[in-house]
Design a protein. Structure first.
Length: 143
């Protein structure tokens, strides 16, 4: 790739100002390399965390399947009705929260799918004054 370089006489203050402004827009190679190294380090840390969490999930599944560490059997057979009610409410809450989180994931997947179909950068153009979801429309002249 050829670069066309024009040379012209210009005061040194002007050249410094132009260079500093141009250089401020771009990332240097060393900064870019450091960003890549930092990102790779974060990926490795996340990978280790996922492996640790996977091991924890496997351990918990084993505990549930063998019956050890299962508080629900102790609560169901217990004589304390408050503990049984608390356990029932906790279980229902956990199931409801799980459903909410699954639905949120589905919503975000649908949003990603729709934005992938949009031309350009995937943003929806709105008319001036059109409210976004959850916003009150801007007050304008009445009719």
């Amino acid at each position: 790739m050829m670069r066309l370089v024009m040379r012209a006489l210009a005061p040194s203050r002007l050249r410094r100002a132009v260079r500093s402004r141009t250089d401020a827009r771009y990332v240097t190679k060393t900064d870019h390399r450091q960003d890549i190294k930092d990102t790779l380090w974060e990926i490795q840390m996340l990978r280790r965390e996922v492996v640790a969490l996977r091991g924890e999930v496997d351990r918990l599944w084993q505990a549930v399947q063998t019956g050890s560490g299962r508080p629900s059997s102790a609560v169901k057979g217990g004589s304390d009705p408050r503990a049984a009610e608390a356990h029932r409410l906790a279980t229902e809450t956990a199931e409801a929260l799980d459903t909410v989180l699954r639905n949120e994931v589905r919503i975000w997947q649908a949003i990603d799918g729709l934005s992938a179909r949009l031309p350009g950068d995937g943003h929806i153009e709105r008319a001036p004054g059109e409210a976004r979801i959850g916003q009150v429309p801007a007050a304008g002249p009445v009719g």
